[in-house]
Design a protein around this ligand. Structure first.
Ligand code: GRF
Length: 182
């Protein structure tokens, strides 16, 4: 029931996970960007934070340090929330089945980046977000929750992104609450 949340920036999903925490406890917020705005917010809430700039650091060494910080926190579940660094296989194996991510597309559609632009370019009628279990293959693990939104005629990346983000903010806390029970 103890959860660590990994962020790289704004951290709006992380905030929602903290504010909605009911059957789980957020024991750590960690970031690979020491200046991530979300980190300062978490610190103000009295949550333990950890950060280290990942730029130019060897992936395996970085992952080992991060894993150590997570284990020291006592977290049994790790939720990625806008964490923009690829995690190596050793890290993923270490937390196998206990790692979640939120991705702004209706997986298996649009793995990777620029999902909103790609959905618009494809002329899709709908778009959305997915919470999935993290496996070694990018954005390919079991999808445990999804929310859909319509794509409107005059949508731009920013209007579509905002509509999807609003859904993310409800979907992720609900999915995490269920995940910690299983
Ligand atoms: C969200 O759209 C999330 O799905 C994606 O990155 C964004 C992070 O936003 N992976 P925030 O940092 O949670 O505000």
């Amino acid at each position: 029931r103890k959860v660590a949340i990994l962020i790289s920036g704004r951290g709006s999903n992380m905030r929602r996970l903290v504010d909605a925490a009911d059957n789980y406890e957020v024991v750590l917020v960690a970031s690979n960007r020491p200046d991530a705005p979300g980190l300062a917010w978490a610190d103000k809430q009295g949550i333990v934070t950890w950060s280290k700039d990942s730029r130019g650091v060897d992936r395996a060494a970085y992952d080992a340090e991060l894993a150590h910080a997570i284990e020291a926190s006592g977290a049994g579940t790790v939720a990625l929330a806008g964490f923009m660094r690829i995690l190596g296989p050793a890290f993923i194996q270490r937390f196998e089945g206990r790692l979640l991510n939120i991705h702004p597309s209706l997986l298996p559609k649009y793995k990777g980046l620029d999902t909103h632009q790609r959905a618009l370019d494809a002329g899709d009628a709908e778009h959305g977000c997915s919470v999935h279990v993290v496996t070694e293959e990018l954005d390919a693990g079991e999808v445990i929750a999804q929310a859909r939104v319509p794509i409107l005629e005059d949508d731009t990346v920013s209007t579509l992104e905002a509509r999807v983000l609003a859904e993310e903010h409800d979907l992720y806390p609900a999915a995490l609450a269920r995940f910690v029970e299983r």
